[in-house]
Write a protein of this length. Structure first.
Lengths: 474, 171
């Protein structure tokens, strides 16, 4: 038998570190900051315009006005009616929309590169001369009220609404839904929307991000001709709204269990949270990205390893850190079998009562590798790059933050993960359950994990003031 | 059947009917008569047998589902005779182009599409030629496809009602 020489198996090397793309950056005379990311091969360009507008800037009697404004932004201008505007957008294949988050308004435009000039013209037109016609505002208010009814009917969003109402101080905006309540939305008029636009929609302090294949596009002059004509506030100053930052304090009695009763429910929705870090935390945001993934980011993470794989209580519960402008939360949410409500809650809290010292070096390594090495795929598309960059800009961070966060994640050690976890574990959990309280509340009480308050779930149409909703959170 | 010129023309017809803000169903049901708070239309391509077209309507408070269904059927019948307006066709084509390029932008979805057309239709290159095929489709193709495939008589309607009672009706 002839001897064959088997070459040694090649070793697999670690992939080279990956960096978030670096934008060209400049500022227009009107104060608008521009970031342009050339992402070769991405033929649909993604434009994101972020305008700082804390929710607390909305007058309390018309909360939700920002969301209605966002939805009506392209529904009529001084030059075009809604129908004409829609036609101009759609004949050019322009997808335009706007949403609202804690930090501000984000206008999104996705368009094939050859239609970019038309898209910028129309965007500028909406920003500078949206008219908010009465019938369109009325229709969007009516649609929003219908959405609110849907949100109230859906156990997942019902849990989120009860959670913010329990977790946050009732005096703070964060305790009330982003899109307003039935009462405040019903009070929104076209005049209120126009006043909000006049107060919020200005180029100074705003950032526009454009990502995609920019080959052959003279962006400087194109943007200068369009968004450059958007007049700045006179005098350019700190936006008045900055004075109305929402502290988003935790309620003094937030550490409790609230059971929203839905008689006959076969599933129970769990929503559990406590304070967590923001992106500026001294332990580094990279550590918290890794911990989010390790604890609750996949079916093999700590939470689902027990609740899904071992016990079969759930299809999946996701858990992780949610940063806010200042401070943040750790949240776990998902639905479980109704008959296992108390057992599942107990199991979930046991997993989350993890001590930092329990984290094994190898699981930290595996989670860190996942976070760091899947980043190129996560940020492969123009929209993902633009979404990330505009979110960071509204948080006062530059796009390099992604690269430095990934570098921290890649190099994260067990002891660093331990310290980061232990830094945000002291406060009591806020627990919201939506399900059959009659069948399960006593068992939940018997867990001895805190007082249990039962709330009757009323039909959303019955009481205008009862409804608490959350929507379009970003 | 998916992967045919006729399917693509039917998909464009559904876009023109209900997939866009300027679509006639949006104009009439959402903004005109305000019978609906939201509306969508789409096509699902199947490798064998007839593919499916969907029109979904969120019925406004206090409006009967029959009234909405009648209005949708009326528009389907009219579209099958008149075909799309030039603006509806232009917008449906532009929307199709952007959506296709967006779908190809992400690696996972691009792989899915290549796999789909390779395994079901033996056409791995389809992702690169689809937009050329779309560009060749004219108003008469769209009208003809709607007249053949989008007749109210072939519909099945499912209504999901507030009291959670499910009613089905097939005409």
């Amino acid at each position: 038998m002839p001897s064959t020489v088997v070459p040694p198996r090649p070793s697999v090397l670690d992939p080279a570190p990956w960096n978030f793309p670096e934008p060209d950056r400049w500022e227009l005379d009107n104060g608008l900051a521009v970031q342009a990311f050339d992402v070769p091969g991405q033929h649909v360009l993604s434009l994101r315009l972020g305008i700082p507008a804390p929710l607390a800037a909305e007058p309390q009697e018309v909360e939700g006005v920002g969301l209605i404004m966002a939805r009506c932004l392209d529904e009529g201008s001084e030059r075009h009616t809604l129908e004409e505007m829609a036609e101009l957008l759609e004949r050019n294949g322009i997808a335009m929309g706007a949403g609202l988050g804690e930090r501000g308004l984000v206008v999104e435009v996705d368009v094939a590169s050859r239609h970019l000039p038309a898209a910028l013209d129309l965007l500028t037109e909406c920003l500078t001369s949206a008219t908010y016609p009465e019938p369109e505002v009325r229709r969007q208010v009516r649609n929003r009220l219908a959405d609110i009814a849907h949100e109230h009917a859906d156990a997942g969003s019902r849990a989120a609404l009860e959670f913010i109402a329990t977790y946050f101080d009732p005096g703070d905006r964060a305790s009330r839904p982003t899109g307003g309540t039935r009462g405040s939305v019903a009070a929104i008029t076209a005049e209120a929307v126009r006043a909000h636009h006049a107060g919020i929609v200005h180029p100074d302090h705003a950032t526009v991000v454009l990502a995609g294949d920019l080959t052959g596009t003279d962006l400087q002059s194109l943007i200068g001709r369009t968004l450059g004509s958007w007049p700045a506030r006179h005098p350019v100053s700190q936006p008045a709204v900055a004075l109305r930052e929402d502290p988003g304090r935790r309620a003094p009695d937030a550490g409790q269990i609230v059971f929203v009763d839905r008689p006959g429910s076969v599933q129970t929705e769990l929503y559990v949270g406590r304070p967590g870090p923001d992106r500026h935390d001294p332990h580094g945001w990279g550590a918290y990205q890794v911990l989010s993934f390790l604890v609750g980011g996949s079916p093999s993470a700590r939470v689902d390893r027990v609740l899904r794989e071992d016990k079969g209580f759930t299809y999946g519960i996701r858990a992780g850190y949610r940063p806010r402008a200042r401070g943040g939360l750790f949240v776990a949410a998902g639905s479980v079998r109704g008959d296992a409500t108390a057992e599942a809650l107990d199991a979930l809290l046991q997993v989350l009562d993890l001590r930092g010292a329990d984290l094994a070096e190898h699981e930290v390594r595996a989670a860190a590798d996942f976070v760091a090495r899947t980043a190129p795929g996560r940020y492969a598309t123009a929209d993902a790059v633009a979404d990330e960059a505009v979110g960071l800009a509204l948080d006062g961070l530059r796009p390099e933050f992604v690269t430095s966060t990934l570098a921290q994640a890649r190099a994260l050690t067990g002891p660093q993960a331990t310290d980061a976890w232990d830094a945000h574990v002291r406060e009591a959990w806020t627990v919201v359950l939506v399900g059959d309280a009659q069948a399960n509340a006593d068992q939940v009480r018997a867990l001895g994990r805190g007082t249990v308050r039962t709330v009757q779930s009323r039909r959303p149409s019955s009481e205008p003031n009862l409804a608490e909703y959350k929507c379009g959170d970003r | 059947v998916g992967h045919t010129r006729e399917f693509t023309a039917s998909a464009l017809a559904l876009d023109a009917l209900g997939g866009l803000t300027i679509s006639r169903l949006h104009r009439r049901l959402v903004r005109g008569e305000e019978l609906s708070t939201g509306l969508s239309a789409s096509a699902m391509s199947l490798a064998r047998g007839a593919s499916l077209g969907f029109i979904g309507v969120d019925v406004a408070d206090g409006v009967s589902t029959e009234q909405v269904e009648d209005a949708v059927c009326e528009e389907l019948t009219r579209f099958a005779t008149q075909g799309p307006t030039p603006v509806e066709l232009e917008a449906a084509l532009a929307d199709t182009e952007r959506s296709w390029l967006e779908a190809l932008a992400a690696q996972g979805e691009r792989a899915n599409l290549i796999s789909h057309y390779t395994l079901l239709h033996e056409d791995p290159d389809y992702v690169n030629t689809y937009l050329d095929l779309v560009a060749e489709i004219g108003a008469e193709d769209v009208r003809h496809a709607a007249g053949t495939w989008l007749q109210p008589a072939s519909r099945v309607t499912v209504a999901y009602l507030r009291d959670a009672a499910l009613t089905e009706g097939a005409a």
